[in-house]
Design a protein around this ligand. Structure first.
Ligand code: PGA
Length: 255
């Protein structure tokens, strides 16, 4: 079965939600009886992963993952969390290189490449985030930036069967300015072409779009042939909206 048959609805909760909010989220979620035909994934704050796993377990197919991990394998890195620890705790996926990590924590392609290698070596599914800033978009250098992020971040990686890519234009994150399905698809098609130069099975890599996705705009984005899901921040925090997006994610009929 192709990794791209079902769409991915990935909630990036960032540094939000308290225990009570999480319980409320799952109470609402559990009231919906309709079956989901997508991959519903959520990445909460690290400390909330165990409780989410417990609550999500009773609901079946929600996968709970991490928003980040260390670039080092183990040792004296106070405050960091290793890929091995994530894998050992049964965490199935990790987000790597979110633009907030790139901007606020100065993570560059070289460092992110180390993280991706460690994640894949620990059998985690790695969602590698790429995307241009507003200035780069206006200058028309989107594809140059994306190309560099892909080739540098993925250099030395030969096995892509646990890799996912999230295209998140920085100007669209948390701004309400979503990329049109046409703009996003154009970049996604470009990404797939670039990936084909790196991997023989590039066609199997799920490509997610992120940046101001919500229940109103998701179906247009997901209808595009190279958009295999969404990485969703703000709109994933409320169960009603997250569920609505999951319900709009229909399996893609590929020829
Ligand atoms: P947003 O965030 O959906 O709130 O724009 C997306 C992201 O940062 O992954």
């Amino acid at each position: 079965m192709s990794r791209r048959n079902l769409k991915y609805i990935v909630g990036n909760w960032k540094m939000n939600h308290k225990l009570a909010d999480i319980k409320e989220f799952f109470t609402t979620f559990s009231q919906s009886r309709a079956e989901l035909h997508c991959h519903p994934w959520i990445a909460p704050q690290f400390i909330h992963i165990p409780i989410l796993k417990e609550l999500a377990f009773t609901l079946g197919n929600i996968q709970v993952g991490a928003q980040n991990m260390s670039h080092a394998a183990s040792g004296a890195y106070t405050g960091e969390i290793s890929a091995t620890a994530l894998s050992d705790m049964g965490i199935p996926f990790v987000i790597i290189g979110h633009s907030e990590r790139r901007n606020q924590f100065k993570e560059d392609n070289e460092l992110l490449s180390k993280k991706i290698k460690l994640a894949l070596a620990s059998d985690l599914q790695a969602i590698y985030c790429i995307g241009e800033t507003a200035i780069e978009f206006e200058k028309g250098t989107t594809k140059e930036i994306i190309k560099e992020q892909l080739h540098q971040g993925l250099s030395g990686i030969s096995d892509c069967h646990k890799l996912l890519i999230a295209y998140e234009p920085v100007w669209a994150i948390g701004t309400g300015k979503v990329a049109t399905p046409k703009i996003a698809e154009d970049v996604h098609a470009f990404i797939r072409n670039e990936l084909a130069q790196l991997f023989t099975s590039a066609n199997e890599i799920p490509l997610l779009y992120g940046g101001s996705v919500n229940p109103e705009n998701i179906s247009g984005l997901l209808s595009m042939p190279n958009i295999d899901g969404g990485l969703i921040g703000g709109a994933s925090l409320k169960a009603k909206d997250f569920l609505s997006m999951c319900h709009q994610a229909r399996p893609f009929a590929r020829s």
